[in-house]
Write a protein that binds this ligand. Structure first.
Ligand code: ADP
Ligand code: ZN
Length: 598
């Protein structure tokens, strides 16, 4: 009898299921419906791929992401699974030939764009074909309040009405209860079993460093921790994306730019290269990422602060989908806080939306200023309790904290005495007693606060102001050029009723021991050389068959080969990620590389 586990071993080459995969697969194989919430990289695809292989008929997968469809189909075919897709990128005759194999029962899996699925033509095909299941990927697209709303998703409820006997699985990485309720209601999944996984991504190491020279900090981080690796660098503006990409290239790294201002063809080209080639750094705005399931992204770096905890988690979640160690790294400074606060306040949203946006930003700021485990904070935000992780910068190097009450009082008084109309730079000059033209102009040298903070340098004051903002003791006036203002909470600090504890910023650390060593990291130099030779072999092989490198083998698989040096095909077949078809296709090629003398 073919079991789910034997399909996992034989076709996908993996030793065991992760998390709740086995339960989910069981549920579908026995004809039940499932709603699956799993973080990015959790392994959602296998949850519908394996039941589609096991059950008679074809599994129909609805996915809004065309690039992802193509790549999944490629990867499935590489593993010897009969898969195809139908979307607008196919010519009419290509589409017809796919439809024909579908109705003939020649496919295990068919990926379809939602707008095509609900057409009467496709419905007629469904009527004539044996169906294993329906999988609705990115199911949160049904939520009208979410960012990714797709009207066509609403129409998917028709599947249940017309094909009540076909099991359905809806999948998403969006965690909140409201979205879940909406998916259940709109897709009529009231009877479905819910599988909610932990949103922890234990292989991702979180670091948030104080910003002083962000580009240089980024370069150091990449050089130290990820010199050969693929990664994503997020920036807020298109211009910064362009400049950063050029700069990284000038530093000898391999970077490409991606933002909505680029011509579609160029964007596509850059995305394809990032997916297909090894070790490319994509410098991008948030326009990049949705539907990118490249498993071996080793780091995600933020040069600017995202707008919410949700964005931060989604963006960093693109690192390390293959479960191998990965880094989420961010530089963050006073200007980030000012900029994000001002963007919210100056927008024309209703006040209650602004309050929500500020609260979301506050949660992220609290993460940045955390004096305890970052992961505990992140998971807490998503409703999970966790223990200190030992795998974030705070756990690894706990920051010193100091009683900043007096400094806070000085800073708040400076804001108060100058009328809440000045930005950080001027306030710091006043605190430090520096008699600039602007100070003279406003006669601020006569204030009692002038010079009260000359015991601290500019950098230290910026850190104080930043943290006061992060903790809600200072706000930004959006009308007056980022003037800092007091908040209702400032009063109790000024009166001495509240103590303020601040993080002592540690300055920038070279990332060496701080970063997750990539899986590609050698245990010894010889393994590393073999690993590099295997990567070269993979690149050539991928190019010959015109597929992304990771479709052939993941880094983790190559790394394991480099460590174990299998001598026979049988030994090679034991390695995770090598199924029967791939062993057949590539086994001898790999053994040659392993045995080559150099
Ligand atoms: P998601 O869609 O949830 O983001 P994927 O389905 O793309 O995640 O899976 C993420 C990665 O993990 C893929 O590269 C996949 O091959 C791998 N993977 C999934 N399940 C397993 C498993 N049981 N053992 C080993 N690797 C797995
Ligand atoms: Zn931690």
């Amino acid at each position: 009898m073919t079991t789910a586990l034997s399909v996992l071993n034989r076709i996908f080459g993996y030793a065991g299921f992760r998390g709740r995969q086995a339960d989910i697969i069981d549920c579908l194989v026995s004809g039940g419906d499932a709603l699956v919430l799993m973080p990015t990289g959790g392994g959602k695809s296998l949850c519908y791929q394996i039941p589609s292989i096991l059950r008679p008929g074809t599994g129909v997968v609805v996915s809004p992401l065309i690039a992802l469809m193509r790549d999944q189909v490629m990867a499935l075919r590489e593993a010897g699974v009969r898969a195809a897709y139908l979307n607008s990128t196919l010519s009419t005759s290509e589409a017809e030939s796919v439809e024909l194999s579908f109705t003939r029962g020649e496919l295990d899996l068919l990926y379809v764009a939602p707008e095509r699925l609900v057409t009467s033509r496709f419905m007629a095909l469904l009527d004539r074909t044996e169906l294993a299941l329906f999988a609705i990927d990115e199911a949160h697209c049904v939520s009208q309040w979410g960012h990714d709303f797709r009207p066509e998703y609403i129409a998917l409820s028709v599947l249940h009405e017309r094909f009540p006997a076909v099991p359905r699985i809806a999948l998403t990485a969006t965690a909140d209860a409201q979205t879940r309720a909406e998916i259940t209601a709109r897709l009529q999944l009231g009877e479905a079993r819910q599988f909610v996984s932990s949103f922890d991504r234990p292989n991702i190491r979180y670091h948030i460093v104080e910003k002083n020279d962000p580009r240089k900090q980024l370069l150091e981080f990449i050089r130290e921790a990820h010199p050969q690796d693929a990664g994503i660098v997020y920036c807020l503006s298109r211009r910064k994306v362009e400049e950063t990409a050029i700069w990284l290239n000038n530093q000898g790294l391999h970077a490409l730019a991606y933002h909505a201002g680029l011509e579609a063809a160029q964007r596509q080209r850059h995305q394809d290269r990032f997916l297909r080639e090894d070790g490319i750094i994509m410098v991008a705005t948030i326009a990049f990422g949705m539907g990118i399931d490249k498993p071996d992204v080793r780091f995600v770096a933020h040069l600017d602060l995202p707008k919410s905890m949700e964005s931060y988690y989604q963006e960093t979640g693109r690192a390390g989908r293959d479960d191998a160690p990965a880094d989420a790294w961010m530089t963050y400074g006073l200007n980030d806080v000012v900029q994000q606060r001002r963007m919210i306040e100056s927008g024309d949203a209703e006040p209650r939306f602004k309050r929500v946006a500020q609260a979301k930003l506050d949660a992220l700021l609290a993460l940045c200023e955390a004096t305890g485990c970052r992961r505990v904070r992140l998971l807490d935000y998503f409703g999970e309790t966790a223990e200190s992780c030992g795998n974030c910068d705070v756990c690894l190097t706990p920051p010193a904290i100091w009683n900043g009450t007096v400094a806070a009082q000085k800073a708040l008084s400076a804001i108060y005495r100058t009328g809440g109309r000045f930005g950080a730079a001027h306030l710091i000059d006043v605190l430090r007693g520096i008699s600039t033209d602007k100070v003279q102009l406003w006669s601020h040298q006569q204030l009692s606060v002038f010079g009260v903070g000359d015991d601290m340098d500019e950098k230290a004051w910026r850190a104080v102001l930043r943290q006061l903002m992060a903790h809600g003791y200072v706000n930004v006036d959006h009308d007056a050029y980022s003037a800092l203002m007091l908040t209702p909470a400032s009063r109790s600090v000024l009166r001495g009723e509240t103590e303020v504890w601040l993080r002592k910023d540690l300055g920038v650390k070279p990332a060496r021991q701080q970063s997750a060593r990539p899986l590609s990291a050698p245990h010894n130099a010889e393994d590393d050389r073999l690993f590099e030779r295997l990567r070269v072999w993979r690149q050539t092989t991928a190019r010959e068959s015109n597929v992304p490198a990771y479709v052939i083998f993941h880094d983790a698989t190559l790394a394991q080969i480099a460590r174990q040096r299998p001598a026979t095909l049988a030994e090679l077949g034991e390695i995770s990620g090598i199924g029967a078809r791939k062993l057949d296709a590539y086994g001898n090629g790999i053994l040659e590389v392993v045995n080559a003398k150099n």
